[in-house]
Design a binder for this molecule. Sequence first.
Ligand code: T68
Length: 830
Amino acid sequence: LVSGEEKGRTVRFFEMMDGFLKNDPVSLQKDILDHVEFTVARSRFNIDDFEAYQGMAHSVRDRLIERWHDTQQFFKKKDPKRLYYLSLEFLMGRSLSNSIINLGVKDQYMDALNQLGFSFEILAEQEGDAALGNGGLARLSACQMDSLATMDFPAWGYGLRYQYGLFRQVILDGFQHEQPDYWLNFGNPWEIERVHVSYAVKFYGTVEEKHLNGKNCKVWIPGETVEAVAYDNPIPGYGTRNTINLRLWAAKPSGQYDMESFGTGDYINAIIDRQKAETISSVLYPDDRSYQGKELRLKQQYFFVSASVQDIIRRFKDSHSSFDKFHEKVALQLNDTHPSLAIVEVIRVLVDEEHLSWKEAWDIACNIFSYTTHTVVPEGLEKIPVDLLGSLLPRHLQIIYDINFSFTEELKQRFGLDYDRLSRMSIIEEGAVKNIRMANLSIVVCHNVNGVSRAHLDTLKSKVFKDFYELWPQKFHHKTNGITQRRWVVVSNPGLCDLITKWLGTDAWIREVDLLLGLREHVENKELQLEWRTVRRVNKIRLVEFIEAMTGMKVSPDAMFDVQIKRIHEYKRQLLNILGIIHRYDCIKNMKDSERKRVVPRVCIIGGKAAPGYEMAKKIIKLCHSVGEKINSDPDIGDLLKLIFIPDYNVSVAELVIPGSDLSQHISTAGHEASGTGSMKFLINGCLLLATADGSTLEIIDEIGEENMFICGAKIHEVAMMRENGEAPKLPLELVHVLRMVRDGYFGHEEYFKPLCDSIESAGDFYLLGHDFPSYLEAQAAADKAFVDQETWTKMSILSTAGSGKFSSDRTIGDYAAETWGIEPCRCPF
Ligand code: T68
């Protein structure tokens, strides 16, 4: 409620501010120059590109903040059910282009910069990536934030503001080296520090039983307290005024003093000790699949969860006097189990601090939480040693035991004393080291458990969560992943964006992606085909220049650009790709001149990071370099084949590479990729896919037809059968020959590469490279054949874009909103 006096003051202030910020080129120029002079504190008479970027970024930030305020005010007034999206990783990439496009001011900024004598493209290049995440899971959360904002959902993201994002990959003599990514070095114009929004987060200590207000209560006396300070990152929607918030927490020493350590006179050491608190948010863990039960990782998880839960409850209490409506106003989404301590924290706060009964707190938790898993194998599930959790969070351990007690009682009622089942399903894993199974905890409490593709849900039901599916089939669902067409076409492929808009006669597809289907009716049109090829050619030339700048290699844009970019993993089988390239090289070497004329020239591009401790992945990177060196310098081969490794793969590299690729590879061993989202970015950009029938590829086949793709390899059920039978299939001769070349030192370093060869030839070939090699080569041959006929290729490319609508994160978010979160759009008036 706003008093008359306050209202009058607001109107007066608004008039003094001259209404909303103006977006005509002259106003933009003035704002940019003001920021250069007063925010960046550089002379406006001598501005370099970086300073101009900073000035521009700050002027965009002002416009974001304006809309952010309006949106938050509007949400406050309407008090809709809000979604809180908890993720330990957000891979946002750059913000400048995306922001001005979503704000609808790109053209005005282009004009303004031109008049000032700057090129937008050059300024955009000044920005570094925000890389607060590892791979698919983290980029998914970024795409989903964009969709939440665009679709007007009242949502908040919560995460951790790491000082060091994902490491930078430097290649020296073909080996990966990791360097720190101190991304905040030059300031970050996209965040707003909220020194007044901070919460104390407690660790360690003991739990005491106290009698308060006639009740027995547990009181947690912490051993350490750290302050969580909020940094807000506005996320603008496209075609709407709505700008939602991504709130990231940074750790700071607590304002509460431990008088004893200060009282002992060791003032300097007491300060230094307190400073150590900041390490909690200092660095992102670079392992994208394994869990090591490290104390710092657990601290990070609890730190961000505790601050977020306090913030959510504080916001709710601002406008509600009891918790009766909490479940009608709050939905909490767990992006994998990394934030699953939020479940325990909500129960703890409601019972210990808000004095609700256990039953009330339990019912609330069961109603508000949903969980999405990104894992396909039981070994990939997160476990935390009981001792570690008990010492860091003693009260939480008690609560977990209480939850487990009720749960196992329920199991006994249902299944009798089936001890095998009980031990499989228990939240506590017994053994030499007792562990807490975070997935079991999440499934027990969450009302909804989602997989990330149809095939993934099948695996969850039949393998990973089989027991739980039998108990609660109604909890299990899938929401096939998606990517945002704003970043992955509008920002990164403006040529294609304009072309699509021209042929559809509208740019409405940027919000309603299903309209892309309309391209199908024009697929036979020669004019469209020609324009399509022209746009793709321009993108390829841009990629050629980038490759030369990064690697010094000149490649021909006439060749087929064949790309595999993603984290390096044995199951993703970059090794299969490289062995295929060796085979191709060997074939060309042995060809007569007349045969060579028929070879389709290829530029093979591989990029991706290996987790620092993942030896096999690092060997794959080195093999790629050694093979590349040999092929690229072989005068016999010339432009027929090139192998390029693009170092330091990240979001902005992907934005450049994807629009310039002809063919992309998604060749995980079937059953190992939960979904895969890279394929969707290539698809919407009209790049053809060479893929195994795994994860979301199966749904892509349904949408665009197998005839428009190159599918190879064993199917999921075939892999399962081969594994069950324990058969090690006989390796095809072509593969044996290629492996022999590696073993014989054809590419040098034979000792170093030996484990790679052994993994296929003597260690059981777990990822089935041997089995899939022949059909992989066939798929590659089919791609060559199709590429020769450029008209057919172009049609396949157009049909790929046309059929990609299902794989927009707008569709995913719409499904989550309706089926899981129960939230409605809340659109801020313009
Ligand atoms: C990926 N998972 C899946 N995990 O592998 C991929 N894990 O199939 C899927 O498309 C994507 O999630 C989105 O659903 C990951 O990226 C991680 O990055 C990760 C990080 C830390 C710990 C465990």
